[in-house]
Design a protein around this ligand. Structure first.
Ligand code: NAP
Length: 340
């Protein structure tokens, strides 16, 4: 079995990781194609020990391509995903555009891999928001054991969550501050170097931001529509790795020790939880890793059946590229089954 795979957005932070992870996990690729905008035609994109020449999405004929991993934003996904799917190529999209479409499965394989079966409705599968992906991986085993009723989550999201431009802005502002350059926020609404910004994506009518809304509706679509979620999403001056402080309320009591054991056994999770200085994971330690790390597990005595923990993951990997490749692996193995 081997598949012709196209990566749209191959010059972006997520697209580059998609090519890395396809190679790293030895996904059965008969041919890999790197696509981006016309601006990037002819640029190099690494794929394992090979170098691909980037081609323009607009000029590419998807006939004969089996899987398209897309990481080029909502506008590109809106226009191109249906066109690519119509040529018989299954699209796994990272933007928010298709996530809440009832005919598009929104998938985190550790949680709802079976939903991939519904890919055939539109030929599109959606990847969740980076903060949602790591959250639901951690919530799933706890929900199965004690049924979650409510989640309160505060995020500490790295600048790579805003793509190449987000990382560049943190880098240039940090350097600039040491030489007294004027700070001119472009990608972010305020200075990001040595600061935190409680605002990601646009504001909604109820005062939440769209990033916070996404964490709410996506968690419910992937895990359980009865769970209540309230989120506060904050951008922090970290290059890669999203962190979350999570408090969960359950139907029945669950001790920190029971939660620790459940999480230790769960797929995709590493528990690092020694109650001593350094006995937890920080974002710089999760970069390049596949796991979602859970630390600081403790009972929350201020609510009935409450538990709090700290959760960290590489937003470009589990939050985006790794999750998409995991979906492609299941799609290939269970549904496409193409002979090499
Ligand atoms: N960063 C994360 O942690 C993360 C996590 C989950 C989901 N996502 C989603 O993944 C997508 C990509 O994000 P990113 O962070 O990788 O952004 P990025 O670093 O800014 O990269 C954007 C990519 O999209 C390409 N692109 C833009 N316009 C295009 C067009 N008209 N036709 C073809 N390609 C086009 C760019 O190509 P050029 O270089 O040619 O402009 C570039 O390869 C977004 O939808 C984002 O919401 C990101």
């Amino acid at each position: 079995m081997a598949y012709k795979v196209a990566v749209v957005g191959a010059t972006g932070v997520v697209g580059r990781e998609m090519l890395n992870i396809l190679a790293e996990r030895q996904f059965p690729v008969s041919e890999a194609v790197a696509l981006a905008s016309r601006r990037s035609v002819g640029r190099d994109a690494s794929f394992g020990d090979k170098t691909l020449k980037v081609k323009a999405l607009e000029d590419f004929d998807f006939t004969g391509t089996d899987i398209c991993l897309m990481a080029a934003g909502g506008a590109v996904a809106k226009e191109w995903a249906p066109r690519i799917a119509a040529s018989g190529c299954v699209v796994i999209d990272n933007s928010s555009f298709w996530r809440m479409d009832p005919d598009v499965p929104l998938v985190v394989p550790e949680v709802n891999a079976a939903d991939i079966a519904r890919y055939s409705r539109k030929g599109i599968i959606a990847n969740p928001n980076c903060s949602t992906a790591q959250l639901v991986v951690a919530l799933k085993p706890l929900h199965d054991a004690a049924h979650i009723t409510r989640v309160v989550v505060s995020t500490y999201q790295s600048t790579s969550g805003a793509g190449n431009e987000g990382m560049d802005e943190l880098f240039s502002q940090t350097k600039g501050i040491f030489v007294n350059d004027a700070i001119e926020p472009r990608k972010f609404s305020k200075q990001i170097a040595f600061n935190v910004i409680p605002h990601i994506d646009v504001f909604m009518d109820d005062g939440y931001t769209k990033e916070e809304w996404k964490m709410n509706v996506e968690t419910r679509k992937i895990l359980d529509k009865t769970i209540k979620v309230t989120a506060t999403c904050v951008r922090v001056p970290v290059f890669v790795g999203h962190s979350e402080a999570v408090t969960v309320e359950f139907e029945r009591p669950i001790s920190a020790e029971e939660a620790r054991e459940l999480l230790r056994e769960a797929p995709g999770i590493m528990v690092v939880d020694a109650r001593e200085p350094g006995g937890y994971i920080t974002p710089v330690e999760c970069v390049g890793e596949y796991a979602t790390y859970v630390s600081r597990i403790r009972e929350d005595a201020t609510v009935e059946n409450g538990l709090s923990f700290w959760c960290v993951s590489d937003n470009l990997r589990k939050g985006a590229a790794l999750n998409a490749v995991q979906i492609a692996e299941i799609l290939g193995a269970r549904y496409l089954k193409k002979a090499a």
